[in-house]
Design a protein around this ligand. Structure first.
Ligand SMILES: *Cc1c(COP(=O)(O)O)cnc(C)c1O
Length: 384
């Protein structure tokens, strides 16, 4: 393994500004060509030390509750005072709704119940706030069930059956979110269902938010078709505003997780233990699941030396997978997991007391900045 950035102690995530900006430029191209506004879903990527850059391209953030809304207001809007904060939650709480109303430009309710319960209070606190309802188009080709918001008995969004025309007088827009790492054909299907079910309610609305899950920055994504679909939609709906709110597409392939081999031995096969964890630091590799690429490694058996890479926790299943290498692994070798910037540190835990990976940024001028290091106190202070 190439030994680089030896000055930073592993494990750490390194986000490369140049790669992030490449993604932002692709997203901005979609904005400019289609007329849609794109906002960042903080749930997937929230490294706010990059927001000076992100806010130059994206029009705001979408938040899933009070803390994300605060982060958007405090760390995104400070760079761009025109940036918008959109806040959605499966259910808002009485003791948080006032602050959410104060710091949000848009509020998105999940159900007619929630809207009826809070809309007056929200508009009283923030008369300029725009109000939306998340609807469920009941169509999704999401690859896995845990990421399918439109599956059977879904709690996310209001079905057309539960939609009530009386809500329209309160509504400025409608939201849906039905995709996960998908190309335009999946959006087309969802839009068809949205049209069938909800177009009759869109006449006087200001905007429709197409949610996230658009894999816009992935190689092979059909940008031109997305632009065409948005333009057609706007034409059909009297130049209605369209929002997209990707998370993953912003952080997609913008950096990696660097770890170190701590030990190797055999038990039926070669095993290596790393100073990171699939469970705590790459949770989607187990939840989705998917196999993270390791720099310089092949699939099991592809190269001469195959190892099972495992994490440094006591969970038996804390395993990244089987990978092969040209040379035997040695203690101290660096192991780089590619594309670990989205849905990783936003989900990290200190399970088993394992150290949280540091956060680092490679700036556009090439310097590597250690942004944040975590220690024992971060573990201790969450537990009592
Ligand atoms: C998760 C989520 C997003 C972002 O999804 P990505 O797959 O990261 O693009 C956007 N909107 C809502 C409502 C979400 O729940």
């Amino acid at each position: 393994m190439k030994k680089q950035h030896r000055s930073l102690a592993t494990p750490y995530y390194l986000c490369e500004e140049e790669l992030l900006e490449q993604n932002l430029k692709v997203l901005d191209y979609v904005q400019k060509e289609s007329g849609a506004k794109i906002i960042l879903a903080l749930k997937g990527f929230a490294m706010w030390s990059t927001f000076d850059l992100v806010s130059r391209y994206l029009k705001g953030c979408t938040a899933s509750g009070l803390y994300e809304a605060r982060l958007a207001r405090e760390e995104f809007c400070k760079w761009n005072p025109h940036a918008e904060v959109h806040t959605y939650s499966p259910a808002f709480k009485e003791d948080e709704i006032e602050e959410i109303a104060r710091i949000s430009d848009h509020i998105v309710f999940n159900s007619p119940n929630q809207l009826n319960r809070f809309v007056c209070k929200v508009k009283e606190i923030n008369p300029k706030i725009e109000v939306s309802l998340r609807v469920n188009p009941e169509v999704s080709s999401s690859p896995v069930d845990i990421y399918n918001p439109c599956g059977l008995y879904s709690r996310l969004g209001t079905t057309v059956e539960n939609f009530d025309e009386n809500l329209l007088k309160e509504l400025d827009g409608l939201n849906f979110h039905a995709l996960c790492e998908q190309n335009v054909d999946a959006l087309e299907e969802v839009l068809k269902s949205f049209d069938e079910k909800f177009s009759k309610y869109c006449k006087n609305l200001k905007y429709i938010n197409f949610g996230g899950g658009h894999h816009i920055t992935k190689k092979g994504y059909d940008l031109e078709k997305l632009i065409w679909i948005i333009k057609e939609f706007k034409k059909k709906y009297n130049d209605i505003e369209v929002y997209l709110e990707p998370g993953e597409a912003v952080g997609w392939e913008t950096g990696y997780l660097v770890s170190t081999v701590l030990d190797t031995f055999k038990n039926g096969m070669d095993i290596a233990i790393l100073d990171t964890s699939a469970e705590a630091h790459m949770p989607d590799t187990l939840a989705m699941p998917y196999r993270a690429e390791v720099r310089g490694a092949g699939k099991a058996g592809e190269k001469k030396y195959t190892y099972r890479l495992g994490g440094n926790t006591c969970l038996a299943g804390d395993i990244m997978g089987d990978y092969s290498f040209d040379k035997p692994l040695e203690v101290g070798d660096e192991m780089i997991f590619e594309d670990q910037i989205h849905y990783t540190f936003v989900k990290n835990t200190t399970f088993n007391g394992i150290k949280l990976p540091s956060l680092a940024i490679k700036r556009k001028n090439g310097t590597i900045e250690l942004i944040k290091e975590f220690g024992y106190e971060d573990y201790r202070d969450r537990l009592s």
